[in-house]
Design a protein around this ligand. Structure first.
Ligand SMILES: [Zn+2]
Length: 373
């Protein structure tokens, strides 16, 4: 089940909201109503303040997304979560200048909002820029005047916070892209990841000593984000030089559409394979895919004499021997499947590429790269 539901769509981008976000609204209503002692009025104020804050976060994500669209990059959706927003952009461009422009567009939006609010403050004769202490104490009051300052300051902080040079913050991407202008991309990523994790460690320690556990949480989040990004780029740089034919399993065991599920069970138990391309006699063209998961599901609903045709996947990605391994790995992830049949020009089965094949290729290649003189 998906925990997000769609709110609206702008320029082909779905804006979704994560269900846990509702918890934040409840918390805001509770906090403002209790701490202000103004009951319902406080609750309404808290919800409005939180919604406006998240509107700022949404606009930040739109900053990234619209800039990406300008470069012709597909943006799937924007999801709002308690931790903030997340725009799913098809692929971060490897051109450093484009990456920098997409990354910087988000914080820029927050600075523009802050600037506009500051202007409104001047017109209304209300102070928009306040100190952090004042900001903190304003969070316990119901003051519609204070709302302006609250929004100005949170937008300023959002912009600054995201410029911290640590993944997965925008600043981390800007740092990596700036380094990538002068050196190899995977080396640039390595340096950016190390700086990011170093900063995360400092944040975490500082938060821990000051009893600010929110900061500790953010530090952990940054640490893991940095590590993941480093891994993705390393995998990509290793796998992009390889072809599918170098990693695939040759002459995999296959099933026929009329075979029974019990044959699939026997093959799974007696071979090291657990995912099978399915062909229809007498041709060798792949018409289906039976992964272990499909087999288990099939056995729950049917008996062992049921034919493979009934439970196999009929739509699934395929690949060819000369495709780059990295691209097939992406197809595998996108299709949420553990194996992809490898076919020739006529659609005949020539091999099977599994997640295990890719992991093995990655480990071996990385070892041999490390040992290069
Ligand atoms: Zn951002």
């Amino acid at each position: 089940m998906s925990w997000s539901f769609k709110l609206f769509k702008v320029k082909g981008i779905d804006v979704k909201i994560h269900l846990t976000f509702v918890l934040i609204l409840i918390w805001a209503a509770y906090r403002w109503s209790v701490s202000t002692g103004e009951g319902l009025m406080g609750a309404v104020f808290g919800i409005v303040a939180t919604l406006l804050l998240f509107a700022s976060v949404t606009l930040h994500e739109f900053g990234h997304s619209l800039q990406a669209l300008k470069f012709g990059i597909v943006v799937h959706d924007i999801t709002l979560m308690p931790m903030g927003g997340l725009a799913r952009i098809e692929e971060i461009p490897e051109d450093p200048t484009k990456e920098i422009r997409i990354a910087i567009a988000g914080p820029l939006v927050n600075f523009i909002i802050a600037g506009v609010l500051f202007g409104i403050g001047l017109l209304l004769n209300t102070q928009a820029i306040i100190s952090l202490d004042e900001l903190y104490s304003s969070m316990g009051q119901v003051s519609w005047n204070g709302m302006l300052a609250y929004l100005t300051m949170t937008n300023l902080l959002l912009g600054l916070f995201n410029l911290i040079p640590a993944y997965p913050m925008d600043g981390g991407r800007i740092l990596r892209a700036s380094l990538a202008k002068k050196m190899d991309r995977s080396k640039a990523t390595n340096i950016a990841v190390n700086i990011g994790q170093g900063l995360a460690l400092l944040f975490g320690l500082w938060g821990f000593m000051n009893g600010s556990y929110t900061l500790v949480l953010i530090a952990i989040f940054v640490w893991m984000g940095a590590g993941q990004e480093g891994k993705d780029v390393a995998v990509k740089s290793v796998l992009s030089d390889m072809k599918v034919s170098q990693a695939m399993t040759l002459q995999p065991k296959t099933l026929r559409v009329n075979d029974s599920l019990s044959k699939a069970i026997n093959l799974t138990l007696s071979t090291s394979q657990s995912d099978f391309p399915v062909t229809e006699w007498p041709s060798n063209q792949v018409v289906g895919l039976l992964c272990e998961r499909d087999l288990l599901k099939g056995l729950q609903a049917h008996d062992q004499n049921t034919s493979v045709r009934v439970v196999m996947q009929k739509t699934f990605p395929t690949t060819t021997p000369d495709r780059p391994l990295y691209e097939s790995q992406k197809d595998m992830a996108a299709g949420k499947t553990r194996a992809i049949p490898v076919v020739d020009d006529e659609g005949n089965i020539v091999g099977l590429l599994t997640a295990a094949d890719i992991n093995e290729a990655y480990r071996l290649l990385r070892m041999s790269q490390k040992n290069k003189p």
